[in-house]
Design a protein around this ligand. Structure first.
Ligand code: GLY
Length: 348
């Protein structure tokens, strides 16, 4: 699976090289309404984009739909797109996921380049070839694995983000720290999210992406070790779905809360050290707050976990840890243990 990730300090040069590397007849540039306003000005004068046909879609996850996908296919067709066309996706995870899927299916597949503009998409969504849309009330229900030609990460875009979006992406970085080593994780816990040092954050982004890249390279289709990247996501997706009909939250907040539950499960089931769990929970509590749930919500949250697409034959699948970097995939937990983890979440 192609997937070259370039950490760039010169977006004009890197994007030009990436576009020139792919022989193409037409070039399309996909953005959403927010990235068109905040990020397009950064790239619009790059000569290689001079001929690019812009396609703009609505922003946020609510537009990650079949209707938006159809709009992109239509504009690709109306713009004279052929199987030899190329698309650049400029945006956060919604744009790179939906754009990647549109490119992967238009005329049975055209090549695409991701230019992630949010921290979440830099360290997670844009890398690894998972593409898709939400469908039938379920997140990322329809999609394919198909990697972009190149992912260009320019951390200058981080300066366009608000604090919540920085925190959201940072949760995936915490996850990468937990599945890598003590040094990385300690550096992450010492970072001040209220006074962001962009230079330092940029360096940590490089480390974080490299952790994901190594895992994806080993197991691109998630048959084994790629499941490490699901740490925090079984409970996290349940929190995210639960919030959807109440007060939607950014993905990373749900993942951070999911990490609290799954580190607790790691302590009671796979021997994760309690002190490291407490340090992690303290950091999450301080930076992500908590979610107000009561025990009356447990059944609904448990229901979301039983419908998770990572499960096999209805058995809830968790990735847990024996320690930082000691990854235990394909773990399960009883309903009682999951409820106990939710008790811990409420009390912590
Ligand atoms: N976001 C997890 C993965 O790409 O596998």
């Amino acid at each position: 699976m192609a997937n070259k990730v370039v950490i760039s300090t010169n977006i004009a040069q890197t994007l030009t090289e990436a576009v020139e590397e792919v022989k193409h007849d037409r070039l399309f540039l996909l953005m959403d309404e927010i990235t068109q306003e905040l990020c397009f000005p950064v790239v619009k004068d790059i000569p290689c984009l001079g001929e690019a046909i812009p396609i703009t879609i609505g922003a946020t996850d609510t537009h990650k739909t079949l209707e938006t996908l159809a709009k992109v296919w239509t504009e690709l067709g109306n713009g004279g797109g052929t199987r030899h066309s190329l698309m650049v996706n400029l945006g956060g995870g919604m744009v790179t996921d939906l754009g990647g899927f549109a490119a992967s299916t238009f005329k049975r597949g055209i090549k695409y380049i991701n230019v992630p503009t949010t921290l979440l998409s830099m360290v997670d969504a844009s890398v690894g070839g998972k593409t898709g849309i939400n469908f039938n009330g379920l997140k990322n229900e329809i999609g394919v694995f198909n990697a972009p030609e190149t992912v260009i990460i320019d951390t200058e875009f981080l300066k366009t983000l608000d604090q919540e979006n920085i925190c959201s992406g940072y949760a995936e970085m915490l996850k990468h720290g937990l599945i890598s080593n003590n040094k990385n994780f300690a550096e992450l816990l010492n970072f001040d999210l209220n006074e962001v040092d962009y230079l330092h954050l940029g360096q940590m982004v490089g480390t974080s992406v490299a952790i994901k890249e190594r895992i994806v390279e080993e197991d691109p289709l998630e048959h084994g070790i790629r499941k490490a990247l699901n740490l925090g996501h079984t409970a996290g997706h349940a929190f995210e779905s639960w919030c959807l009909s109440r007060h939607p939250v950014l993905h990373g907040y749900a993942v951070a809360w999911g990490l609290v539950c799954e580190l607790y499960l790691s302590c009671i089931k796979t021997g994760f050290p309690t002190e490291k769990m407490r340090q992690s929970v303290r950091f999450i509590k301080e930076n992500y707050g908590t979610l107000s749930i009561t025990c009356d919500d447990y059944e609904e949250l448990y229901g979301y976990m039983t419908h998770d697409k990572k499960n096999t034959a209805g058995i809830i699948n968790f990735t847990l840890l024996g320690d930082i970097g000691d990854i235990r995939i394909n773990q399960t937990a009883t309903k009682e243990e999951i409820f106990e983890a939710l008790d811990f979440f409420r009390e912590s």
